[in-house]
Write a protein of this length. Structure first.
Length: 321
């Protein structure tokens, strides 16, 4: 269940997280500068899909973009700039796309709560730091490694809805996820035990289900799971084999948001939401600057360092003699 608190200073923020640490609670963090409502904690690719629908026919019927559009953009981007990429940039091409603003199924998160707080304090609306319990995350299975020369095969369709090949490993991870949430400890789940449990439950279902196709079953699953705030499916982490410049300071990594069908994708539910009211943002940014968490730290490129210095001098009351 999501718990929400408010803080008015950096010290208050640190004190709260210190309390959580003493309770052995460990989180990944994401900061958002305002309440994005239905698209909060949503990968840029899915936001792009919902904001760029298509219209066809005389009646201008609206159709949502789908996962294939993300793959198409990725392939076109590679065809334009692939010649200039290093081996490591090719191996981590989806992360490279995310780094340069191309919509993907990746959502940026951080292991550093102060970086998340910095992002939450941008803009002039109430900001939010979302805390995701680490126990609910799994690393991407080895068989889904993205180190492939064929860019068209680099995707994070881990649940198989884009390939019509639902992976049994995801079922296992789902059961692990539920059990870890209940017990707070790592457990071992075999595919045999999952299969036996599924067979037992399926025997209770009317035999008319046998007439349904795989696609119909998948659609029924999606329609039901999308109606509830549930984190039964695991959250998969993607850690690139090399980190791009800003990822180092930001202690960044990615959570992979799973696609089900147009306008339906995996929900990412925080365990704790920390609200920062707009009136406290400027002061908290000053406090973060005192300890070195600022624009030039978060974005350590030449343009952002210049921008930071320009703004810093403009705010200074000291005259240069």
């Amino acid at each position: 269940m999501n718990r929400e608190i408010s803080v008015s200073s950096l010290q208050e923020f640190i004190d709260f997280l210190d309390q959580q640490s003493k309770l052995n609670n460990s989180f990944y963090f994401r900061g958002e500068e305002r309440d994005f409502k239905q698209t909060k904690n949503t990968a840029s690719g899915f936001r792009w899909m919902s904001e760029n629908s298509l219209q066809y026919g005389e009646e201008n019927t609206t159709f949502s973009r789908n996962y294939c559009d993300l793959l198409k953009m990725r392939q076109q981007f590679f065809s334009e700039i692939g010649y200039s990429l290093t081996k490591y940039e090719v191996e981590n091409f989806i992360a490279y796309c995310q780094h340069h603003g191309l919509p993907t199924e990746l959502l940026d998160i951080s292991e550093n709560p102060l970086v998340a707080l910095y992002f939450a304090c941008q803009n002039e609306d109430d900001g939010f730091v979302y805390c995701f319990d680490k126990v609910l995350f799994s690393t991407i299975p080895t068989q889904h490694s993205l180190i492939k020369d064929d860019i068209s095969r680099q995707s994070f369709d881990l649940l198989g809805f884009g390939t019509n090949c639902f992976d049994k490993q995801v079922l296992i991870e789902g059961v692990k996820n539920v059990e870890k949430k209940k017990a707070g400890a790592t457990i071992t789940v075999s595919f045999t035990s999952v299969k036996e449990l599924m067979i037992h439950e399926l025997e209770k279902i009317d035999t008319s289900l046998k007439k349904l196709s795989t696609s119909e079953l998948c659609q029924a699953f999606v329609e039901n799971i999308s109606k509830v705030d549930s984190d039964i499916l695991p959250y998969f982490l993607h850690k690139p084999s090399v980190k791009f410049d800003r990822m180092v300071n930001q202690q960044g990594l990615f959570v992979v948001q799973q696609y089900f069908m147009p306008d339906v994708y995996q929900k990412l539910l925080p365990s704790i939401t920390i609200k920062i009211k707009e009136k406290y943002k400027a002061r908290i940014l000053e406090q973060l600057d005192y300890i070195g968490v600022n624009q030039k730290f978060v974005y350590p490129d030449v343009d952002n360092i210049a921008s930071y210095i320009k703004e810093k001098v403009a705010k200074s009351n000291n005259l240069v003699e």
